[in-house]
Ligand binder design. Structure first.
Ligand SMILES: *Cc1c(COP(=O)(O)O)cnc(C)c1O
Length: 397
């Protein structure tokens, strides 16, 4: 079976993890800090805060940005549920704005058109690895006093050019906070893991505080009239300043991250090659639409970090439903996935504050199927996938 996604773990990666296991620190040791520093460098960001998964990174972003109960947060309907759930975790109300028909990322125009008062943050998702139109999104958000959070779980290591200047995912001026996931299907893995990056020291400090129970060792907050005397400040001192969580990443996981980070350029390049080969095979097919780069990026030199290969099918014209195509491909040993069932259609969300029509997202959903894409995929594997897909769309029903 050719899976739709798969991690690549080398002997060097394994040795790095074994070294961590033999060291003095399994958690809260030096490897986490090293991973944070090296990750911040890759992004060109000032601060990086490692945590236990990408969902925790989004939750920490909400907490750091001060999003609270009663606030609103807007995101794309075409994403993993965590991009919306993070808002609900802090008691805010998530809602959805429609996507761009080319990039399938949040559309700045739809964002502006459907903006609701009380929206404190935008969570823009770099769908499949293509950056959302961050300059346009940031303009709408900042004009309305909202914080811009970029969910870059699909786009680690990506670069794009605007007006002749290269920008890095996690390091450009149009996001206040950027989050990443290191789940094994993602481009870089730590098993489970996540990262928040920002240039804003207050956000970074807050994320660190909330990551570890809201506890800090530096004295600061004993101000209330009801408790004028603080416990003795000294080497054993700690204070809890906020209701935080245990969202730490262990040194074992971070060791895998440091080792994988060296391999990131190779992962990205391999994925780009595979995407280009799929594109060549499917470009001329009448019932298929290959992934395209949005106008604001096209013609520029971009090095995108493709996480998914989402092919659009005219299922009706092929005479087969998506279900039939998935099952036929599975019979032939080819795994696929649907990214994603629109979040506003999930039972938890659909009767809430989401009356807005999202026609572009719904059309996209009706056509999307993700083909296998991972760095250890061989050309022979890919040729098999291509042949099976072409066979299915061209055979008469
Ligand atoms: C994977 C993913 C997440 C969640 O990351 P986890 O590490 O699985 O918690 C959030 N948003 C998007 C877009 C993702 O793809």
């Amino acid at each position: 079976m050719i899976p739709y996604g798969k991690q690549s773990v080398s002997e060097e990666d394994i040795e790095a993890v074994v070294d961590a296991l033999r060291s003095d620190f399994l958690t809260q040791g030096p490897v986490v800090e090293r991973f944070e520093q090296e990750f911040a460098e890759v992004c060109g960001a000032k601060y990086a805060v490692a945590c236990c998964n990408g969902t925790a990174a989004l939750h920490l972003a909400m907490l750091a940005a001060g999003v609270k109960a009663g606030d609103r947060v807007v995101t794309s309907p075409i994403t993993f549920v965590a991009s919306a759930n993070c808002a609900a975790y802090v008691g805010a109300e998530p809602y959805f704005a429609d996507i761009d028909p080319i990039s399938h990322c949040l559309s700045p125009q739809a964002l502006e058109r459907t903006w609701k008062p009380g929206t404190r943050a935008v969570v823009a998702v770099d769908f499949a690895g293509q950056p959302a139109e961050m300059p346009g999104i940031a303009e709408v958000a900042r004009n309305n006093g909202a914080v811009v959070i970029e969910d870059a779980c699909h786009a680690v290591g990506g670069r794009f050019t605007v007006d002749g200047r290269e920008h890095r995912i996690g390091g450009h001026q149009w996001a206040d906070i950027t989050t990443f996931s290191f789940h094994p299907v993602k481009t870089l893995t730590t098993g489970e893991g996540g990262m928040l990056v920002t240039d804003n020291k207050e956000y970074a400090d807050a994320a660190k505080l909330y990551r570890s129970h809201g506890i800090t060792r530096s004295a600061g907050c004993w101000t209330g009239p009801l408790q004028p005397e603080a416990p003795e400040v000294g080497v054993a001192y700690y204070e809890m300043q906020a209701l935080g969580f245990n969202y730490r990443l262990s040194d074992i996981h971070a060791a895998l991250g440091v080792s994988q980070l060296k391999r990131l350029p190779g992962f990205i390049e391999r994925r780009q090659k595979l995407v280009e080969r799929y594109n060549q095979a499917f470009r001329e097919q009448p019932n298929l639409t290959i992934p395209k780069v949005a106008d604001w990026l096209s013609g520029n030199s971009n090095s995108l970090s493709w996480h998914l290969y989402v092919l659009l099918f005219e299922f009706e014209r092929t005479g087969k439903s998506r279900e039939e195509v998935i099952l036929k491909l599975r019979d032939k040993g080819v795994g696929t996935q649907v990214h994603y069932i629109p979040v506003h259609k999930q039972p938890y969300y659909f009767n809430r504050d989401n009356e807005a029509a999202l026609p572009v997202a719904e059309k996209f959903y009706s056509q999307a199927l993700s083909l296998p894409l991972y760095p250890t995929m061989t050309e022979a594997d890919q040729s098999r996938v291509i042949d099976e897909v072409l066979g299915i769309v061209s055979e008469s029903s």
